[in-house]
Design a protein around this ligand. Structure first.
Ligand code: 6CS
Ligand code: FE
Length: 302
């Protein structure tokens, strides 16, 4: 048992509460001196809005290679037995693939690509490791939604990350449009934390990865987040667009009923000094390693 204080209590009562963020948003150095570093204006945007969209970082040829690597993993049904392959709640359609470096050298390399790591280190600090990696797949017509949530709420309660010193960088492997189930975010919502009601049951991830029920905000909370003129924003871009979103930003995505697929690949970079503590803050034990990596060896850029 540790005695690290819980700055972001959640799933500890039957009541929802909106509490302030007590940590900074940016932890790294601003003048990184690397060609892929964010400018001071871009850093300011990320700090204020909680996300940033970066276009044209990857060439069409590079994205094509990543997309075929993803298609290979989905097509290989022998892989689907692995716990890292999560199917939809009511079908055998692959929804998510986790721990990408385990299955693919291509995605392992991508996780250490300077275009991701430089920005992750600027935002989080020099020493980061991969807390989680995943591809979310929403096929045409059949892609299913993700309810509103803050990633950090889950990573704090179930994975024992004490502080929001963790960031997600992701790349669009297909175009993301208003119609094919794109990510929705509420700008600025990362500065408040929704302490959620309920108690985490054992093996909650088996439910939450298909259709998250715990750690989701009420209508009241969403209204609070949007009452001062803030709107829900769709994050759109062509294949190869990279997005960094802050770990506590409120986000979700709708079903894809369009005739176009939507596939995105995510890397979660955590500070090496924010490693999982056990037990975590809102569950009996840590989730399995494919969701909550405990190998905190710092990543080296390629
Ligand atoms: O479980 C996770 O780590 C991530 N997946 C979901 C569905 N919600 C929280 C977090 O984004
Ligand atoms: Fe999320």
């Amino acid at each position: 048992m540790h005695n690290i204080i819980d700055k972001y209590p959640s799933r500890k009562s039957q009541q929802e509460q909106i509490i302030p963020r007590v940590d900074p948003v940016i932890f790294g150095k601003s003048d990184h001196g690397d060609p892929y570093a964010l400018s001071p204006q871009q850093l300011q945007h990320f700090e204020r809005e909680g996300f940033i969209v970066l276009q044209d970082l990857f060439s069409p040829e590079e994205v094509e290679k990543l997309k075929s690597e993803c298609d290979r993993l989905v097509a290989d049904e022998t892989l689907h037995e692995n716990e890292e392959f999560v199917t939809e709640e009511h079908s055998k359609i692959v929804r998510s693939i986790f721990d990408l470096p385990k299955f693919s050298g291509v995605f392992d390399k991508l996780s250490r690509d300077r275009r991701f790591l430089t920005v992750a280190r600027q935002l989080i600090g020099e020493q980061v490791y991969l807390h989680q990696s995943r591809i979310n797949i929403k096929p045409a017509l059949d892609g299913k939604s993700f309810p509103w949530h803050s990633d950090f709420e889950t990573w704090h309660t179930e994975d024992g990350l004490s502080s929001p010193k963790v960031v997600t960088g992701w790349i669009m492997l297909t175009e993301n449009t208003p119609y094919n189930g794109p990510l929705f975010v509420i700008p600025k919502s990362h500065k408040k934390y929704v302490s959620c009601p309920g108690t985490t049951p054992e093996n909650n991830h088996k439910q939450s990865l298909k259709n998250q029920k715990l750690g989701t905000p009420s209508l009241y909370a969403l209204e609070e987040f949007t009452k001062d003129g803030e709107e829900v924003i769709g994050v759109y871009g062509k294949p190869g667009t990279v997005v960094f979103h802050e770990c506590n930003i409120m986000h979700g995505s709708p079903d894809n009923i369009s005739p176009w697929p939507r596939t995105n690949c995510f890397f979660v970079y955590n500070s090496c000094d924010n490693a999982p503590v056990n037990p975590p803050f809102g569950a009996k034990k840590l989730r399995p390693k494919f969701l909550c990596n405990t190998d905190t060896t710092p990543l080296r850029p390629l």
